[in-house]
Design a protein around this ligand. Structure first.
Ligand code: WTA
Length: 645
């Protein structure tokens, strides 16, 4: 079936919800009305979705702006809210996690099982001497133990720092050091396209000499050989599996730090984004319930993200589990063993809500519709998109081919920093437009403004700002509160607005379109990578004197990384060998996901008279565009040299 769009008064293609969907939807118009009447009272109501040990005395304390306190004086246990209370409500036999391993193994983990596992892990962490406030690094593939480890931290008030399993030892080390993690939880190896790839080996390299680390806890996933450091290393199956499954959760302050998650900024060093407990869980839970229209006990939900990213934190772990979800967790890649894998999983488990990234939708398009068409996808009733703007062609294909032409699509805009979804359609209410995130959710306030902070209206294009604090907002950057103020709050300091770093526009109907980053952050397959991080990895190679990196438009990945390098005096340009070395260098310093698509050795880089590299012009070159006015350049001839390459 192919969906037919309606046309609105301005002639735009729109997709209103079906009357049946609207009638049964979790979110109705009363949500926006309540938020409009009294925003803080609205959030007070939303916080009551959760079980609190102590009620708060104030919804928001913004007196120390830009550091917010939400639900002041309230106490709760995040893990209790995600696990115990579902068991206590009589849903212990419900499957929480339907795990699908890459090699084809599967496990159904009920809420009863999850409670026992999380309790065992919490008892083990306590035996290791960890106490509330300590930091734990989690460096694992997508297996249930990763989620258990996160929840065990939450249960004990330990602050977790999940590091994506694709990051290099050196990236892991800098994150361990920055947070002074005492424990690292990992696996022996991870399955990747049928191969067991080592993971603990990277941890061994990373923790060598890391002063804060006392223990490394290792889940046996692949059975590959590992080196072992006695006294430091422990097997999960010899500790957690043997611990008591009984554990009483204790409540923590609403502002107790729940996790740190590192994300790329405009300068080289990743920022440790801090999230706390009560406000974060409130918004993660509220958005998961309303944006995904999740019906506990009926829906089978699947978010295809990795727990190494914020989407995995908020929409695999905290939001969904707080709502008693039954969800698929899949370990592997979409084309392992074949390109049918995701559709086989949807069919096998009857997935009804499927949340993924535009880059994967475009990859599916490339593979061809005969692949999804070979499967019964009729269980799907809602689709979600996150990570980058979804182009209208991909949007329509997603709805037609995966969503049978009827499933609403929620295009959700948010960031590591915002903690939870901020701008998105509500599936029973919003008439959507392909490619638009539409409008801020009830309770959220956003604007598009120009350089002088003038609010723009229909047809206007400028910077996206959040002009009111929100419950799941970041509370700072770990160890660097000045950088927090500077990065997000200095651009519109007078107005007190949060600067998101994204460009956006309102169309003629007032629908909001996110256009992409306006800073030096690239978005490659939905992964945030800073240009300067890649540049500093490149200049780490002995042959490179200077490097400039830009994100160039890429049909599948959104942006691709393109690098220009100048060699040192006397360094030999060995051609392909050098390029291969440079790409390997980036891989080792950061991650294979940060490897440039293209590296060009150039004699010079275009700079302004003040010596700044003109990245915009390099992007024009990388995308093959006309260069326009280059009169502020020191030496316009530089371009001919670069383009001649
Ligand atoms: C981009 C991921 C357009 C945006 C949750 C943002 C999007 C950055 C969308 C955050 C969307 C995310 N439409 N752009 N629906 N969702 N982005 O921190 O540039 O990994 O600033 O969080 O991704 O990336 P992050």
């Amino acid at each position: 079936m192919t969906s037919t769009a309606d046309t609105n008064a301005t002639g735009s293609e729109i997709y209103p919800p079906s009357p049946a969907f609207a009638a049964a939807a979790n979110a109705g118009p009363e949500l926006q009305a309540a938020a409009d009447t009294d925003r803080l009272a609205f959030w007070d109501t939303q916080a009551r979705r959760l079980d609190w040990a102590t009620e708060w005395t104030q919804v928001l304390d913004w007196s120390d702006a830009p550091v917010a306190k939400w639900f002041v004086g309230g106490t709760l246990n995040v893990a209790y809210n995600c696990v115990d209370r579902h068991v206590l409500a009589g849903n212990g036999d419900r499957v929480a996690i339907a795990f699908e391993g890459e090699p084809g193994d599967s496990r159904a983990i009920t809420y009863n099982d999850l409670l026992a596992e999380v309790s065992r892990a919490a008892n083990t962490f306590t035996d290791l001497g960890l106490v509330a406030g300590d930091r734990v690094a989690i460096y694992m593939p997508m297996i249930p133990e990763a989620i258990v480890a996160m929840l065990a931290c939450a249960r004990l008030g330990l602050t977790h720092s999940v590091v994506f399993g694709g990051f290099s030892a050196s990236a892991l080390r800098s994150r361990i050091d920055d947070a002074a993690a005492k424990l690292v939880v990992t696996t022996d190896g991870q399955w990747r396209r049928g191969q067991a790839a080592p993971l603990k080996a990277a941890v061994d390299e990373a923790v060598d000499g890391a002063e804060s680390v006392e223990h490394v806890l290792v889940v046996k996933r692949t059975g590959i050989d590992v080196d072992w450091t006695g006294g430091r290393d422990l097997w999960w199956h010899e500790t957690v599996d043997k611990a008591s499954p009984e554990h009483t959760a204790q409540a923590f302050d609403a502002e107790h730090p729940l996790f740190i998650l590192y994300t790329s900024g405009t300068t080289g060093k990743p920022k440790g984004i801090i999230h706390t407990s009560g406000g974060y869980l409130t918004q993660a839970s509220y958005t998961h319930h309303n944006v995904f229209d999740h019906k506990p006990g009926e829906d089978v939900y699947w978010c295809t993200a990795d727990i190494g990213w914020v989407t995995g934190h908020s929409y695999i772990v905290y939001g969904p589990l707080s709502n008693g979800v039954t969800q698929v967790v899949y370990e592997g890649t979409p084309n392992s063993p074949t390109e049918h894998r995701h559709f086989e999983i949807i069919e096998k488990y009857g997935v009804s809500i499927y949340y993924t990234a535009p880059t994967l939708v475009r990859t599916f398009m490339k593979w061809g519709r005969e692949i999804p068409d070979a499967h019964d996808l009729s269980s799907i009733r809602l689709l979600g998109s996150v990570g980058e703007p979804i182009n209208p062609e991909a949007w329509r294909w997603f709805r037609d081919v995966i969503g049978a032409g009827t499933a609403p699509i929620v295009d959700t805009w948010w960031q590591t920093e915002t903690g939870a979804i901020m701008i998105s359609p509500l599936p029973g209410i919003t008439a959507t437009k392909p490619g638009s995130a539409m409008a801020p959710l009830p309770g959220i306030s956003a604007r598009i403004v120009d350089d002088e902070a003038r609010p723009l209206g229909a047809g206007g294009s400028g910077y996206l700002v959040l002009d009111e604090p929100w419950p799941s907002m970041l509370r700072g950057i770990w160890g660097d509160m000045d950088r927090y103020r500077d990065t997000y709050w200095s651009r519109y300091a007078e107005e007190g607005w949060y600067f998101a770093g994204d460009g956006a526009k309102y169309d003629e109907d007032g629908a909001l379109w996110v256009l992409g980053r306006v800073d030096d952050v690239m978005n490659v397959s939905g992964h945030r990578i800073s240009t300067s991080e890649v540049e500093s990895a490149l200049v780490g190679h002995q042959a490179v004197a200077e490097a400039a990196v830009v994100g160039a438009a890429d049909e599948t990945t959104g942006q691709g990384i393109v690098a220009f390098v100048i060699l040192r005096e006397g360094a030999e340009n060995t051609g392909d060998t050098l390029i291969a070395e440079l790409r390997a260098q980036v891989s080792t310093e950061i991650s294979p996901i940060a490897k440039p698509r293209q590296i060009t050795v150039v004699p010079e880089l275009p700079k302004t008279r003040s010596g700044k590299i003109m990245r915009r012009l390099l992007r024009d070159i990388a995308e093959g565009r006309d260069l326009g006015d280059t009169s502020t350049l020191v030496d316009p001839k530089v371009f001919d040299a670069i383009r001649g390459k």
